[in-house]
Design a protein around this ligand. Structure first.
Ligand SMILES: [Fe+2]
Length: 194
């Protein structure tokens, strides 16, 4: 028999599924999901459980759950201390970030050019938000951003409106060189919370 899912995580999935069943707009679904994620990443059982999760160094994500009916995905990222994050977008996908352990910074950028020159992008940082245990943030489609690790190991739980990695290329940006290119999303490593 398959091992039972960690109850607090099963409850989260059930609650998110109820939102997706009730609402039709992806934006409304993801805003409600962000509030549910706040509860999950504030939870001490989840925090204790995450202390054993493996590092995702090497452009990986733990794949905690993929919904068979609605297609939303729950990932985790376990960053080593001082992890540098590159600037990117998530194509048409909505992404809710929750910090479970440690601290992380979410940097947001605006694009100043009109995107018509191939390979060129002039992006400028507009804000930095620091997240800690229980903090959540919602990133809209095509929003340019970077996640930076803090001075200690950090763990984030991420809900994506759909699985983008392996299906759609995502924008990547080199702000100093004013360059942009398309890249693959992170490798998905299945990891059941039991
Ligand atoms: Fe991201």
């Amino acid at each position: 028999m398959a091992q039972q899912r960690l109850p607090v995580f099963q409850k989260f999935i059930d609650d998110v599924r109820a939102v997706w069943a009730r609402e039709k707009s992806t934006e409304v679904r993801m805003k409600a999901t962000t509030e549910l994620l706040r509860g999950l990443v504030s939870n001490d059982t989840m925090l204790a459980h995450s202390r054993d999760w493996p590092s995702t160094e090497g452009h990986k994500n733990l794949l905690l759950y993929e919904d068979p009916d609605y297609g939303f995905v729950v990932n985790a990222v376990v960053r080593t201390p001082g992890r540098f994050g590159s600037v990117h977008d998530h194509a048409h996908c909505w992404t809710a970030y929750g910090v479970l352990d440690g601290t992380e910074k979410l940097e947001r950028f605006e694009r100043l050019d009109d995107g018509t020159k191939d390979g060129f992008a002039d992006v400028r940082m507009t804000s930095v938000t620091e997240g800690k245990h229980g903090s959540v943030d919602l990133v809209a489609p095509y929003d340019i951003h970077a996640e930076q690790g803090g001075p200690t190991r950090s763990v984030a739980v991420i809900v994506r409106s759909e699985r983008v990695a392996g299906k759609v290329l995502q924008g990547r940006y080199l702000p100093n060189e004013k360059k942009t290119y398309q890249g693959e999303g992170p490798t998905q490593v299945p990891f059941e919370l039991t």
